[in-house]
Design a protein around this ligand. Structure first.
Ligand code: PBG
Length: 362
């Protein structure tokens, strides 16, 4: 059959008809709200590049999570900015660190809230990379070697010749990530989410959780995480921009994925599933919805999409200028992530969108 018998517009005549046949719907409990925890009390630092997002001390974070919960957001994911950063990111696996403290208070004060935690080193290392650095000693004096281990303290004019091979040390990072995940689980995290992109980290974390009695804590793996340009505002919020040093670049291209690769993303997901991931994530979201769809079609476990800081900032900026309708664009964006195959969407818009969906706005 074809026109004039076939008229798709018949089913678009009224909102009631349209909603009757709508294939994808968005609900507040599909959303996960990222929150940034910082030390102190009554701290509410606005993040300039992300209007509406704040670095929050634990007391403020609890209040924020509570308002989200009331609007229908039942899951949060926590990022921590520690008191002190060092080369080995020791704040990441400190059992009394900022994230364990935040988890303990949140679980107590907002029972029923799903508390996820980002497991990574970049917020805790002084060089901003997602793991510890490997430095070759070859041909270096003791002083130069020490300088090479601290890229932030070696300005370009003191660059070391010949260049050392320096890189994020994959295998030395794994036990630290495992310790971090266990510290979060011990504090009461419901889900741990490794975002570092080291090879083998899901297996290392799964093993450590199982051995310490946290066999029930699921892993949401940032399986296909691309080294793109969309994370800038997050790095302002988490104070985690990677720094250049001798032999180590100012980007994460040596561990996060190349934006041109889709088949490699399937390989990454398949490895993480094999290592024991319970859910897999694609990140960023909108420019990578083809990847979300491919993952959804090939793997039978929940798929998450992370609508990242740069994506959020773009909508905010256009809305501030009055160029787009923020509410409608935010709703449509999250709905389209779901339509592409995402079962859950991590978004800084979580509370805002949940409020629009439930009619509760604060
Ligand atoms: C940590 C991490 C990052 C994001 C989530 N976890 C930053 C990065 O990889 O540099 C980005 C989230 C966002 O941009 O909203 N590795």
């Amino acid at each position: 059959m074809s026109f004039p018998q076939d008229r798709p517009r018949r089913m678009r005549r009224t909102e009631a008809l349209r909603s009757l046949v709508r294939e994808t719907v968005l609900a507040p409990d599909d959303l996960v709200w990222p929150l940034f925890a910082v030390p102190g009390e009554r701290v509410r630092n606005a993040v300039k590049s992300m209007p509406g997002v704040f670095q929050l001390s634990v007391d403020e974070l609890v209040a924020e999570a509570q308002t989200g919960f009331e609007a229908g957001v039942r899951s949060v994911i926590l990022f921590g900015v520690p008191e002190k950063k060092d080369a080995l990111g020791s704040g990441a696996y400190d059992e009394d660190g900022i994230i364990p403290r935040a988890i303990r208070t949140l679980k107590q004060r907002v029972p029923g809230l799903v508390v996820m935690t980002d497991v990574c080193m970049c917020e805790y290392t002084d060089h901003g990379h997602c793991g510890v650095l490997k430095v070759s000693r070859a041909g270096l004096s003791e002083a130069a070697f020490r300088r090479a281990q601290r890229p932030d303290e070696a300005p370009p004019e003191r660059a070391i010749h010949p260049p050392v091979t320096s890189d994020v040390d994959n295998d030395a990072t794994l036990p630290l990530l495992a310790k971090e995940a266990v510290a979060h689980a011990r504090a009461g995290a419901d889900v741990v989410a490794p975002s570092d992109m080291m090879d083998g980290r899901v297996a290392a974390i799964r093993k450590a959780l199982d051995e310490t009695g946290y066999g029930d804590v699921p892993i949401l793996s940032y399986a296909a995480k691309f080294a793109g340009a969309f994370y800038g505002p997050f790095r302002d919020a988490a104070e985690s921009a990677p720094r250049e040093g001798p032999g180590i670049p100012k980007d994460r291209k040596g561990y996060q994925m190349d934006p041109g690769n889709a088949r490699e993303a399937m390989r990454e997901v398949s490895l993480d599933v094999g290592e024991g991931a319970d859910m897999v994530m694609v990140k960023p979201a909108v420019p990578y919805l083809d990847i979300v769809r491919m993952v959804k079609d090939r793997f039978d476990l929940p798929v998450a999409a992370y609508h990242v800081s740069g994506e959020y900032a773009m909508i905010k900026a256009a809305a501030e200028r009055g160029w787009i309708d923020e509410d409608r664009v935010a709703l449509e964006t999250m709905l389209c992530c779901r339509r592409a195959g995402a079962d859950l969407v991590l978004t800084y818009y979580a509370k805002h969108v949940a409020g629009l969906l439930t009619g509760i706005r604060r």
